[in-house]
Design a protein around this ligand. Structure first.
Ligand code: FAD
Length: 407
């Protein structure tokens, strides 16, 4: 359905997915109003890994130079056995350099990506930002979608559009108001993420920028980001224990205890930030219902091992922008059902399957299963053909190819 005179696409959520979508639509001349409940873009410290396939998309949007300038280029990632300390496998994206301009991950925090995109959009009448506007509900009518929100003055306001896109994250009001089921499960444990300026590489171990430590007792992920400037920040992610409360986990004692157990050193770690996250594996039954469309965490969530969640959302935004522009231009609306089928496939076969397998590799408790899994990943890394396939999957090329094949 074309936009009526004066009508704008309503995008809810100024996270990375809402902003990629807004940039992609505005570059095609589609006017967007973006509603965000916070009073500006938020300093969200969750995602940092931008996969090679997403870098290609961000290059098409013209924002990849700044990501290279300010991010950390990471061609390799390591699997380690935390029990022995041994390096189990090294994967190197240069193995797929023949098919991508970007054979590496770039570690660039999601809040920086949002700011880069806002700068790229600049001052244009095509994009209107409505910060401090919390969407509370919607109604689908013959005239389009009536979106209700509390505006910046605390007053109830309504906007109507043929198209509303929910990029409003895990607790999406848009998804709930459209009555779209979020199918999957929630893990019993949470994940704690701790940022410290202690330099694990300088401490003498040949860690790379992205490291995954398997351990039946307590697995760990260790990554570097540039943070707020030199020397950068090393982020660790651990599962919480059944017997600990949130307060214990985030207490100084809890945080220092975890880091000292992982990497004993003299004196306390200097902590830059710490956060606790619920972890889920869920995908919506449909990404499209009438005038309502979903993208990003509003449509799917996964455990963060492997750095795939935001990337899957970026892929949604690019696929959706292409199809929504065509639908607004007069092509049939069932293109949006194709968007839904494609992105559902990409989630189920790619992001969900891979992140679940990654978590199993990290946490396996049965010694036989654990040894088998570590052996499999070691052999995969040693075999050039298998290692290449592994990198294509980890970089989300495989799921993209499968999704694009869906009609
Ligand atoms: C510890 C951790 C590490 C992670 N690391 C990675 C990684 O390295 N790589 C990766 O790809 N993914 C990673 N992820 C996942 C990634 O953070 C998310 O997939 C990503 O933030 C989703 O982006 P989004 O724009 O869809 O949603 P969000 O980033 O959640 O943004 C949603 C926006 O909507 C706004 N909003 C919500 N409700 C309303 C409302 N009612 N009205 C108006 N505005 C609203 C919010 O304020 C927010 O700004 C990680 C996740 C965790 C927990």
């Amino acid at each position: 359905m074309a936009l009526k005179p004066g009508e704008r696409v309503l995008v809810v959520g100024c996270g990375p997915v809402g902003m990629v979508l807004t940039l992609a639509l505005s570059q095609k001349g589609i006017p967007v109003t973006l509603l965000e409940r916070a009073d500006g873009p938020i300093d969200d410290q969750r995602a940092a890994a931008i996969q090679p396939s997403s870098l290609e998309m961000l290059a098409d949007l013209g924002v990849v130079e700044e990501i290279h300038e300010k991010g950390l280029i990471s061609p390799t990632f390591h699997y380690r056995d935390r029990m022995s300390g041994d390096l189990v496998a090294e994967f190197d994206f240069t193995q797929i350099a023949d098919m991508t301009e970007f054979p590496y991950v770039i570690q660039y925090e999601q809040f920086k990506l949002v700011k880069t995109i806002i700068a790229e959009i600049g001052d244009t009448p095509d994009v209107e930002y409505r910060f401090s506007c919390e969407v509370t509900g919607l109604e689908q009518t013959a005239d389009g979608v009536r979106l209700t929100f509390n505006n910046q003055d605390g007053e109830k306001e309504i906007l109507t559009s043929s198209w509303v896109v929910g990029c409003d994250g895990f607790s999406s009001v848009i998804r709930q108001a459209a009555d779209i089921e979020f199918v999957g499960f929630t893990y019993p444990e949470k994940f704690v993420k701790i940022g410290s300026d202690f330099d694990f590489q300088e401490a003498g171990i040949a860690y790379c920028i992205r490291n995954f430590f398997s351990d039946p007792d307590e697995w760990c992920n260790l990554f570097k980001v540039n943070g707020y400037g030199p020397p950068g920040i090393w982020r660790t992610v651990f599962p919480t224990r059944k017997d600990e409360t949130d307060e214990e986990c985030l207490s100084q004692e809890g945080i220092q205890g975890r880091l000292q157990k992982f990497f004993p050193k003299d004196g306390d770690y200097n902590i830059i930030y710490a956060g606790l996250y619920h972890v889920h594996q869920r995908v919506v039954e449909t990404f499209h219902k009438g005038g309502v469309i979903l993208a990003g965490d509003a449509a799917h969530v996964n455990n963060p091992i492997g750095g795939l969640g935001m990337n899957g959302g970026i892929h949604d935004a690019i696929s959706l922008a292409d199809k929504l522009v065509r639908v607004i231009g007069g092509e049939p609306e069932d293109l949006l059902d194709r968007y839904s089928r494609q992105r559902h496939k990409a989630q189920m076969d790619g992001v969900q399957a891979t992140s679940i397998a990654n978590k199993k590799l990290m946490e396996a408790k049965d010694p036989a299963v654990r040894n088998q899994q570590l052996d499999d990943v070691r052999r995969t890394a040693e075999d050039p053909q298998k290692a290449r396939a592994y990198c294509l999957n980890a970089g989300l090329f495989t799921s993209l190819e499968k999704a694009n094949a869906v009609t």
